[in-house]
Design a protein around this ligand. Structure first.
Ligand SMILES: [Zn+2]
Length: 391
C-alpha cells in the first residue's frame, strides 16, 4: 500500500540560496483582513503568529537574494475573501503574497473535525470527560463558490486540539511558502506577460483559455510545491524542538521516542506529509470546472514529489537517510486521515484508487520530462539560476 513511501525519484528543485536555510529571526489593491474582527483571542494569536513568520520569510528572502530592481517590497498578507484562495502579484513595486483569511479558518475547522475521530492518532486521549474544546460548525465542504456546507460536531481533548492546530498551521505555512515559490521562480511576472489582466490565482479565478498555458502552469505548481516543501522543513524542526514543552501531545502520541530526537523528527515529518495530503484532497474540489480552474498536479503525484522533497530536506538537516524517514508514515498517518475524511463525507479514498495511481505516475513522468521545455520561460524574472535547475 505504501507505494509513495517506497520510491524516491530525483526531484528537480531549483537550488535555493544557502542563506535561506538559516532563518534570521528577527493601502494597497488588496483589502487586508482585519484580525480585530475575530472574536476569539486564540484565533487572533494564530493569525498573528503565522503573519509574523511570513514576514520573517520575506525578510530572509530579501536578505538572502537582494530585491530585483522592479520590486521594492515583499508583502505577505491575509485578504478579506470568503473563498479558499491564494494569489500572487506585483503591483507598483510591491510583491503581494496573498491568502484569503478563510484559508486558516477553514483548515483549523477541517483538522478539528478529523482529530475528533478517535481513529486518527489513536494514542491521544479522547475520553468524553476530558473533552475541552466543543463546538458545532457549518463546515464548507466544497471550498469554492457556492460553498456547499454541512454541519459538524467537534469535540477535542487538549492534546487533540493542539495536534489539530499544529497540522493546520503546517498547511497554511505550506500555502504561503508555495506563493513565495512562485515569486522566486519568476512565475508572477511571466504570468502577467501571458495574462495581462489577471494575477496568478491559486485555486479559482483564473480565466485563461490556452492549452499551452495549462502545461506551463502545472509545471509552475510543481516547482512552487517543491520549494515550499523544502522551506517547510524548518517548521518541522520548530515543532520537534517544542515536543517537550508547548507540544506535549507529541510525547503522548509517541512515548517510545521521548528521548529520541530522530524518532520525533521522523513522526512529525510523517504527520506533516499526511496533513498536506488532507489539504490536497480538500483542494481537489477546486480542480477543473466550467468557470473556475486550478492547475495543481493530481493528489498522488503531489504526494510523490512532496514527500521526496520533505524527506530530503529534513534528512539533510538531521543527517538522516530519506529512506529511514519514509518508514511507516503512510500506514501511521496518511491512511487514517484518508479514512477519517471519507467518514466525514469528503471525497477522499476515491482519489487514491488504481486509476489515480496510474495517472499519477504518468503525470510525474511528464513533469520530469517537461523541465527542459519550461526551464527558460521564466529566466528573465527568476530569482534562482535556471541553469542550475536539477543539478
Ligand atoms: Zn501555485
Amino acid at each position: 500500500m505504501n507505494r509513495v513511501g517506497k520510491r524516491f525519484r530525483g526531484h528537480y528543485l531549483p537550488p535555493l540560496n544557502a542563506q535561506l536555510s538559516h532563518w534570521i529571526l528577527i493601502m494597497n489593491p488588496y483589502k487586508e483582513f482585519d484580525t480585530s474582527k475575530l472574536h476569539d483571542n486564540e484565533l487572533k494569536r494564530y493569525f498573528a503568529s503565522i503573519m509574523k513568520t511570513m514576514k520573517e520569510v520575506a525578510f530572509s528572502i530579501e536578505r538572502g537574494y537582494g530585491l530585483p530592481p522592479h520590486i521594492k517590497e515583499i508583502r505577505p498578507l491575509f485578504i478579506e475573501e470568503k473563498g479558499f484562495n491564494a494569489e500572487a502579484d506585483i503591483i507598483d513595486g510591491i510583491a503581494y503574497i496573498a491568502i484569503s483569511a478563510s484559508v486558516p479558518l477553514l483548515l483549523r475547522v477541517l483538522f478539528d473535525i478529523l482529530l475528533s475521530d478517535s481513529e486518527v492518532f489513536p494514542q491521544l486521549p479522547q475520553e468524553e470527560s476530558n473533552i475541552k474544546v466543543r463546538y458545532e460548525a457549518p463546515f464548507i465542504f466544497n471550498p469554492r463558490p457556492p460553498f456547499e456546507r454541512k454541519q459538524f460536531n467537534i469535540g477535542l481533548t487538549i492534546e487533540r486540539a493542539d495536534a489539530a492546530r499544529i497540522l493546520s498551521d503546517k498547511c497554511v505555512k505550506f500555502i504561503f511558502l508555495h506563493e513565495f515559490g512562485h515569486m522566486l521562480c519568476g512565475h508572477i511576472e511571466t504570468n502577467r506577460e501571458l495574462n495581462p489582466d489577471q494575477p496568478l490565482f491559486e485555486f479559482y479565478g483564473d480565466t485563461t483559455e490556452s492549452e499551452t498555458y495549462e502545461g506551463l502552469r502545472r509545471y509552475w505548481e510543481y516547482q512552487a510545491d517543491c520549494i515550499s516543501a523544502d522551506l517547510l522543513a524548518q517548521y518541522i524542526d520548530t515543532t520537534v524542538n517544542h515536543a517537550h514543552g508547548a507540544q506535549k501531545w507529541i510525547s503522548k502520541l509517541i512515548p517510545e521516542h521521548e528521548h529520541d530526537t530522530n524518532g520525533i523528527v521522523k513522526h512529525v515529518t510523517g504527520m506533516t506529509i499526511a496533513a498536506l495530503n488532507v489539504l490536497f484532497m480538500y483542494m481537489d474540489n477546486c480542480r477543473f470546472d466550467a468557470n473556475t480552474r486550478a492547475y495543481h498536479p493530481p493528489v498522488i503525484t503531489r504526494m510523490m514529489y512532496i514527500k521526496d522533497s520533505l524527506f530530503t530536506s529534513v534528512g539533510e538537516r538531521h543527517n538522516l537517510s530519506p529512506h529511514a524517514l519514509s518508514e511507516d508514515y503512510y500506514d501511521l498517518y496518511v491512511e487514517p486521515f484518508i479514512f477519517a475524511m471519507d467518514k466525514s463525507g469528503f471525497n477522499a479514498a476515491e482519489l487514491w484508487n488504481e486509476l489515480h495511481w496510474d495517472n499519477a505516475d504518468t503525470v510525474l513522468d511528464e513533469l520530469t520530462n517537461d523541465r527542459e521545455k519550461h526551464r527558460l520561460r521564466c529566466r528573465q524574472w527568476s530569482w534562482l539560476n535556471v541553469d542550475e535547475w536539477g543539478a
